[in-house]
Design a protein around this ligand. Structure first.
Ligand code: SF4
Ligand code: SF4
Length: 456
């Protein structure tokens, strides 16, 4: 079991200018790079601050309880548009690797198709048997078997590997789509043949559908693993009916009943559980003053038996440090802490937020609306400051308008939505995007008017 370093020391070296909200704010880049470079020397031959592992019964290996998701790397604006900040993201992966993270997850869609090649480039310098790589068949864009074969070969090439440790049918949503593509078109049989050939070690699926579809998949087929969305806000207890995304408990119990090893996505709900309203945050801080809100979310998931690895799509070095700190010498939530978390949830965390996980599957909006960013600013600022509930002070209203204007570029703001509904079917969280965007637009305009500002 790994040992902890002092989190304040680790973060303090980066200076106060680093934003605490994922990927948003001022980056003191040279200091971050310097910190990461110095960690190479420090961590060499040391097992300190190393994340705990769990047995993956399907391959008999020990996987890190924390996995690195390749969906939300830091980005930079370049002449050709937004690109992965390869220097910084690469050093973040290296830091995670040095601290015991051995599970890496990418997908065809992530970073507009660039995540796989980037992940492959960074991991190539490490022995292939020292890390576990997961990729996924992009279900939403599949048209048939021949295309699936080309995509699979292209993914191996992009990642520069001979095999995937886990390979998932990505984002299964409806039984009709699954049966058409994977059964009638033969893509599931094809993937099984790749498993027999050794180019896939373990085969499973990631899921965004409803409970009857999940039960059908679990009862009808044999899987090496399953990836579900699980976090404390999406959990439903035994006897509590599933509702919207709040079905994680039902899916978890079914997978456990079938003995299928569970991988978890969105343990922090796309970062939303790291940016709680102040009233909820205060309760957690009173119980564990030095711990982040995200650490509560990770510990909740890690406390459940049967979870092999939870993915975090880390987009800043402070997230990487914080998550690794939580996962080194991992402590499950005790009964008192579970009660603290329940009290914090009673402060309206879930009801106020839009349940966007920042996956960006809704992009691009034909009218340029930056949907994910708008929801993020709403969750991180409007909910936190009380703008969403119309309880904010004038000072907080002014702060919100400044944040909104800084963080959502003019062409991407909510007022540009014309309600065309193109985005609607793309959202795995089933968010009524146009309605939510309209509500936020009205809230922004009212707040701006209250403070004598104008937001176009
Ligand atoms: S409904 Fe609005 S946000 Fe969605 S695609 Fe259309 S214009 Fe863009
Ligand atoms: S609105 Fe839906 S599709 Fe778009 S980023 Fe959020 S969760 Fe993803």
């Amino acid at each position: 079991m790994g040992k902890k370093i002092n989190r304040r020391q680790a973060l303090g070296i980066l200076g106060a200018s680093i934003a605490t909200v994922a990927g948003i704010g001022v980056w003191n880049r040279p200091k971050i790079i310097d910190f990461l470079d110095r960690d190479v020397e420090k961590q060499e031959n040391s097992e300190e601050n190393t994340v705990v592992t769990r047995l993956y019964p399907s391959n008999g290996q020990q996987l890190s309880l924390l996995g690195f998701g390749g969906m939300r790397f830091p980005t930079r604006m370049t002449a050709s548009g937004k690109e992965i900040d390869e220097e910084l993201a690469g050093k973040m992966i290296d830091y995670a690797y040095r601290h015991g993270v051995n599970y890496y997850d990418t997908a065809y869609f992530y970073h507009e198709g660039k995540s796989e090649a980037f992940m492959g480039k960074i991991l190539k310098k490490y022995p292939r048997d020292s890390f576990y790589l997961c990729d996924k068949m992009p279900t939403p864009i599949l048209t048939g078997l021949e295309q699936a074969k080309k995509i699979f070969q292209g993914q191996l090439d992009a990642c520069q590997v001979e095999y995937f440790d886990n390979y998932l049918l990505h984002s299964l949503t409806t039984r009709e789509q699954f049966e058409q593509l994977y059964i009638q078109d033969g893509i599931l049989d094809y993937l099984r043949s790749e498993k027999a050939a050794g180019r896939i070690r373990c085969l499973g699926f990631s899921f965004h559908g409803d409970v009857p579809f999940f039960n059908y998949l679990m009862d009808t087929f044999s899987w090496d693993c399953v990836m579900i969305q699980l976090n404390y806000a999406d959990w439903n207890d035994e006897g509590e009916a599933p509702e919207g995304s709040r079905q994680a408990g039902t899916l978890y119990r079914k997978a456990m009943e079938k003995g299928v090893p569970i991988f978890v996505m969105e343990p922090v709900k796309g970062g939303n559980l790291a940016i709680l309203p102040e009233s909820a945050s205060k309760i957690l801080k009173a119980a564990r003053p030095n711990d982040s809100e995200a650490s509560w979310a990770l510990r909740y998931v890690g406390s459940l038996p049967g979870i092999v690895t939870m993915l975090s799509g880390m987009s800043s070095i402070e997230q990487v440090i914080d998550n690794i700190h939580t996962m080194a010498d991992f402590q499950p939530l005790d009964d008192r802490e579970k009660q603290v978390l329940a009290r914090s949830m009673g402060k309206g965390t879930e009801t106020a937020q839009v349940h966007c996980t920042y996956c960006r599957y809704c992009d691009p909006c034909p009218y340029g609306v930056d949907i994910a960013r708008i929801f993020h600013v709403y969750n991180a600022q409007a909910v936190r400051l009380g703008i969403a509930t119309d309880t904010a002070s004038d000072t907080d209203k002014k702060e919100f308008i400044i944040r909104y204007k800084n963080e959502v570029r003019r062409a991407g703001r909510a007022g540009h939505c014309i309600g065309c509904n193109t985005c609607l079917s793309r959202c795995p969280q089933h968010i009524a995007i146009p309605q939510e965007i309209r509500k936020i637009d009205a809230m922004v305009r009212k707040t701006a008017a209250d403070t004598g500002k104008v937001v176009i």
